[in-house]
Design a protein around this ligand. Sequence first.
Ligand code: PMV
Length: 309
Amino acid sequence: MSFKASAPGKIILFGEHAVVYGKPALAVPVTQIHTVVDVSDSDQPGVWIDAADINLHAELNTLPLDHPLAAAIRNLFLFQGVTSFPNLRINISSTIPVAAGFGSGAAVSVAVLRSLSSYLDKPLRNEDVNRLALEIEKLYHGSPSGIDNTVITYAQPVYFVKDRPIEIFKVGAPLTIVIGDTGIPAPTRESVSDVRRLWTADKPYWENIFKQVGMITNQARAAIESGRLNQVGELMNQNHALLQEMTVSSPELDKLVESSRKAGAIGAKLSGGGRGGNMIALVKSESADVVSSAMIDAGAKRIIITRIL
Ligand code: PMV
């Protein structure tokens, strides 16, 4: 017996960091990249995890309690009242780059929870997948807003406000997005705690910045829903400027953003935690190749072109 589940990557279009402080953010799935988890019977005693991409081959009980993968599996067993663990093999493979802002950790959690719960013949509802995946995100990130697990669980464009029911948003005209990866690993935990330090030192100032990001995000949702792409691009530029002010951009990200704009992107910004990881450029579909080449010349290590419909 074997059960498979997959989960996509994601990018944040608007509102990262401010979302941690209760402001709205927009995120979309990136279906070209995904994690696949296959749970199958095993003759070997124990719960064996194989994740070749991260060089992991281990039995569940040998992993520390706060290991995110082990915690996802243990939490699911606990949630479903499974006390004696069956002998099984959990095979994880992923094309989602790690620590690049694509939500690789959340995708692994979601795919593990779905495949394992189906294997146990108790498939989870989306709400439960989302809630359990958030607990695991806390091990990766410290104090995540929950946006990654949400967009990856629902695999649809999400308007997200922390601790509020999710809203799916419509896309009035397809968005062609060129994603440029700096190739620099950037743990979100660090940029999030640096922003927290800034906020702690001058709350009124930073709350005003977060409020501006929130307004941009709301305008962007309306612009995306009615297909006003030029306005979406302009709002991306404004959001990037505020992220620079939060100190979460980097020379490499700025260079990719500027090169994409020069090559004809409608707008561009960093996406996700920042410092490294990736940036996104909104383009007319016919200029995707020109913008991609300019970004490669400016140092992008990987380009993904995605269309959001
Ligand atoms: O996982 P990333 O790098 O795409 O970033 C998540 C977005 C943040 O707003 C920076 C953090 C969070 O928990 O929302």
